[in-house]
Design a protein around this ligand. Structure first.
Ligand code: ADP
Ligand code: ADP
Ligand code: ZN
Ligand code: ZN
Length: 967
């Protein structure tokens, strides 16, 4: 331990300010995005937490300034040659940063899209397992599971000499194994080679006899090489005979013997010993190459299942997706063919119906099985049908369109494809030979297909031979350490063979965190984005210990985090704010926890010190008496559970990570609702049904995905306020005089927009190798409109001026336009008063996008039959934002809607009307309902982890009978 580390461990944190340059990261003049030209000194080798409300500038400082500069300098240090591939990185808007080390960012965004990545490969544990199995594994026959070991002639002789004295035996060389034919040539060449007897299909015959074999049945032919009686002194002859035998049979020798018995009766049951000098099963052949790590790689042709090339699944058109609603009439049943312009397909189906006796109006499930098969898979080609045009079938037609189609067609057809497990390897990705190899008592899948917790136990209890142990020892230590890191970050329920693509953002982030510890790097600056996302309070402590471990290795950690426990555990805290956007971008507090608690202007400090409080409501809603009941859910780890979800309430679904929350809500309930409402997707199979679906007429997922994929969408277009604004402009006297309609003020259609940039305000310049560059349009100077349109003013402002306003400014500006006011006011209500109306959708943070969606929902008229599904809405939100969010959610429920939230945040859970807690643990130890009821009821349930924490927070924030509004 270094002296400063020692001092730190005594004091709890580094004495500050520290003038020693080497121990400080000095940032001067940071102005990226909304940062207000800030100066900041950060202690190195410490755990630093950035706090502040959403949109205050934490990421702009941590990722877009500090990390970006570290990354840029690293790239600069590379050769010019390497640089041209990496692309030029923009210098962040900052005067200077000193004391920066190589930077690594660990965020939630960069989840893998490679179907070949698994938890095992990204953590490198799988590479170690391959090494282990390749060096210390024992090959087994994939068919009979017999241990396969190549034997030397000496070993064979030793084994034969173990037979009882005077045992008679024959040495046989198998030359044909189960092959059709008369084998005439072979037999005559054996005879001329001096051999006398052969055993054919178990019967010994003389080669001098004329042997006629049936050419249409399979035969096994073994040449009798020698006949001997076991006694001392035969060893030399045995060696010679075995050598002859192995040469003839290419490595296999069969010893056929009748065990000597004491009884006077001659024993008749013959027995066999089979020897092989190859890596081959003597019985089933199955030749193996010598074991090596590459045999266990599904990314290498040596190891991969040849059918799926190691992907484990095949993409196929799914009949259920292609025909989502079997009750629909034939002309509308085939989803990819029921678009506007489908007369060609209708004619095809019509003439098919003429030939096979069905009408286009017949409903799909009234067709005969044969008719359905013909529509889907085509007519059989017989000599009769050949001359007519043969219908190839919907699925083959789609298949061909997909394979030969443009990106656009591929994209459109994607929705009808599903991944089915490869029928050859059953999703196991590897060749059978690889799957059969054992290390101690386990095959490789016995380690990768079980939870990480179980895998760790199996590794600990591995029974190895001395030789294998000596080879494996070091590798086993690496594996154990890495598994432990994964356990430390709360991922005990994952399996190593889980595809990385299917992980949630939080899981992927924590895996990368665990991997970093394994890498043992020191002197690195890690920048992390809310590592606590997706993690239950119970596992937070372990995560924190992982972070401090990374620090103690000699690294600096900058963590953007809203979790109270993490903030309290930090060595150093920087609070950015006070507000969001233009109201933020300043350093409000820096130093230890006390500094934060005492900072008057800090909203985070206000909540942590209790100056501001999110009140627990005293009244839990009764709901509207209706409910949804999911019957017998059994997808992933769910244990055939029935779940009742009351409606007209704010309901939270809780439970430790991996307990089954997303499976229940996102993979079962949501698709079922989609099926019920739109028939677009099949009803999920892994449950028996849902009672009460008819009480829902709208299901809306409100997630943190962008509100639009292009810079053409923005908060104004998404919320619909832009329609109102365009009406206002077209109603001006100036516009009327010129005959302008609302379309004139759209930047998405020709007319009023600037055609030089098609209304984008910028032009995209595509660069080879380099990222696209956006440059301001020279003609409109970023205004997006042509000069004529900009001449139309409302209260002295042009349409472009309005797009540049913040929501707050616009609210004031349009105060006389009620339709605009309602929409703008809800944006202010959800805490987005600071965003610009025209801010491109692509630059909004996930939390901001989510709140734009919530605001839009709030301004709709409620039907009382809408169910909102929200997955961890507190991601990226500070206490203050959570407070605002809760207000919005409560208002949505007050309007008669139902909300279902998956959440770990205890402030949300304690303010809910109803809690459904899954567990008790993650993975195969979860999947059950542990507690269900009001927060108070769940808090009294000792079996529920959530309940334990809920009990504490309910004591800390006892229910208060006031409305839950921000102070
Ligand atoms: P935080 O991390 O504290 O939530 P951010 O640093 O992401 O906040 O954002 C600070 C401000 O900068 C916000 O107003 C946000 O909308 C804005 N902003 C973020 N990224 C961009 C960008 N690429 N272009 C323009 N503005 C941005
Ligand atoms: P939660 O949402 O409570 O964190 P999940 O529903 O994501 O839990 O996971 C429940 C269980 O199902 C876990 O054991 C998880 O590993 C498993 N699981 C989830 N998604 C998949 C998937 N796509 N493939 C295989 N297993 C999965
Ligand atoms: Zn075998
Ligand atoms: Zn396969």
């Amino acid at each position: 331990m270094s002296e400063t580390q020692l001092a730190a461990s005594i004091n709890g944190h580094l004495p500050y300010p520290n003038q020693n340059l080497q121990n400080t990261i000095r940032i001067r003049g940071a102005r990226q995005h909304n940062l207000k030209n800030i100066d900041l000194d950060l202690p190195r080798d410490r755990l630093i937490v950035f706090t502040g409300v959403s949109g205050s500038g934490k990421s702009s400082l941590a990722f877009d300034t500090i990390f970006a500069e570290g990354q840029r300098r690293y790239v600069e240090s590379l050769s010019a040659y390497a640089r041209q591939f990496l692309g030029q990185m923009d210098k962040p808007d900052v005067e200077s940063i000193e004391g920066l080390s190589p930077a690594i960012s660990i965020d939630q965004k960069s989840t893998s899209h490679n179907p070949r990545s698994t938890v095992g490969t990204v953590t490198e544990i799988y590479d170690y397992l391959r090494l282990l199995f390749g060096r210390a594994g024992e090959p087994h026959c994939p068919i009979c599971d017999r241990c396969i070991a190549p034997q030397t002639i000496d070993e064979m002789v030793d084994r034969v000499m173990e037979l009882g004295d005077r045992t008679r035996f024959q040495i046989l060389a198998p030359v044909v194994r189960g092959k059709k034919g008369t084998h005439k040539k072979l037999l005559s060449s054996l005879a001329s080679g001096g051999f006398v007897r052969v055993r054919i299909d178990g019967e010994v015959r003389e080669l001098s006899d004329s042997i006629e074999l049936d050419k249409n049945t399979t035969h096994t032919i073994e040449v009798v090489i020698d006949r001997l009686v076991k006694k001392d002194g035969i060893q030399e002859r045995l060696v010679d005979s075995l050598a002859t035998c192995l040469k003839l049979s290419e490595g296999i020798a069969v010893i056929l013997f009748t065990p000597a018995s004491d009884s006077t009766q001659p024993s008749t049951d013959e027995q066999e010993l089979i020897f092989s000098e190859n890596f081959a099963c003597p019985e089933h052949g199955a030749v193996m190459e010598e074991l090596s790590p590459r045999l266990f790689s599904f990314n290498s042709p040596y190891g991969a299942c040849p059918n799926c090339h190691g992907i484990g699944s095949l993409r196929r058109f799914s009949v259920e997706l292609v025909v989502p609603d079997p009750e629909a009439p034939v002309y509308a049943a085939i989803a990819p063919w029921s678009e506007k312009d489908n007369s060609y397909y209708l004619e095809l189906l019509y003439s098919l119906g003429q030939a096979y006796g069905f009408e286009l109006q017949t409903s799909w499930n009234k067709l005969t099985e044969e008719q359905r098969q013909i529509i889907l898979h085509g007519e059989e080609i017989t000599s009769e049908t050949q001359r007519k045009q043969v219908f190839r079938g919907v699925i083959p037609i789609l298949q061909r369109q997909y394979e030969g189609g443009s990106e656009l067609i591929k994209q459109k057809l994607e929705q009808y494809l599903i991944d089915q497990p490869c029928p050859v390897c059953d999703g196991k990705r590897l060749k059978p030979e690889a799957l059969a190899v054992r290390l101690g008592q386990y095959r490789i899948l016995d380690l990768t297909g079980v939870s990480i917790a179980e895998c760790r136990e199996r590794i600990d209890n591995l029974k190895l031979s001395d030789r294998a142990y000596r080879i494996a020892d070091l590798v086993l230590r690496e594996i154990r350490a890495r598994l432990q890191f994964l356990l430390d970050v709360g991922l005990d329920y994952l399996t190593l063979d889980r595809p990385a693509m299917t992980l949630s953002g939080g899981e992927a982030q924590r895996i990368r965190l665990a991997t970093q510890i394994g890498s043992g790097l020191t002197g690195v600056l890690y920048v992390l984005d809310e590592p606590s996302i997706g993690l239950h309070q119970r596992d937070n402590g372990r995560l924190l210990r992982t972070l401090t471990k990374l620090r103690d290795l000699g690294n600096t950690l900058i963590v953007v985090e809203h979790d109270e426990e993490t903030i309290r555990a930090a060595d150093y805290i920087v609070d950015i704010g006070p507000g969001a956007g233009i109201h933020g971008g300043n350093i409000i507090a820096q130093g230890d926890l006390k500094a934060l608690l005492e900072a008057e202007a800090s909203l985070t400090g206000a909540y942590l010190s209790g100056r501001r409080v999110i009140q627990t409501p005293a009244q839990r809603r009764e709901g509207n008496g209706l409910s949804l009941v999911i019957k017998n859910a059994h997808r992933n780890n769910l244990r055939n559970i029935d779940v009742e979800i009351p409606l007209g309430k704010l309901v939270t679904v809780t439970g430790v990570s991996g307990s089954g929350k997303s499976t229940l809500i996102n993979e079962l309930l949501y698709p079922a609702l989609q099926h019920h409402l739109f028939r677009k997707v099949p009803f999920p199979k892994e449950m028996d049904g849902i009672k009460g679906l008819n009480t829902i007429d709208k299901a809306i997922v409100i997630d943190q995905s962008p509100i639009g994929r292009t810079p053409r969408s923005n908060p104004a277009t998404y919320t619909g306020v832009f329609d109102v604004i365009r009406d206002v402009f077209s109603a001006t006297i100036e516009a009327k005089a010129r005959g302008y309609k609302p379309g004139q003020f759209s930047f998405n259609v020709k007319g009023g927009r600037c055609e030089a940039c098609s209304g984008q305000g910028v032009n995209v310049i595509e660069m080879n190798f380099l990222p696209d560059v956006y440059v301001q349009c020279e003609v409109c100077k970023g205004a997006r409109y042509n000069r004529e349109t900009l001449q139309v003013k409302y209260k002295d402002k042009s349409i472009a001026d309005v797009l540049n306003m913040t929501v707050e400014e616009a609210l004031e500006f349009f105060q006389n336009i009620p339709k605009a006011v309602t929409r703008l006011q809800t944006l202010v209500d959800v805490g987005l008063g600071y965003i610009h109306l025209g801010q491109p959708a692509t630059t909004l943070s996930g939390g901001e996008a989510q709140r734009v969606k919530l605001a839009t929902e709030l301004s709709r008229r409620a039907t009382g039959k809408t169910l909102y599904l929200i997955d961890e809405p507190t991601t990226g939100l500070s206490f203050y934002d959570v407070h605002k969010l809760l207000d919005v959610l409560q208002r949505l429920v007050d309007k008669g809607n139902s909300i279902l939230v998956i959440e770990h945040n205890l402030d949300v859970i304690r303010c809910a009307d109803w809690v459904i807690d899954l567990g008790p643990e993650g993975g195969d130890k979860g999947g059950e309902i542990i507690a269900i009821g009001t927060p108070e009821e769940v808090a009294e349930n000792p079996k529920s982890y959530t309940g334990q924490y809920l009990k504490q927070v309910l004591q800390q924030y006892p229910p208060v009978a006031v409305t839950n509004g921000s102070k």
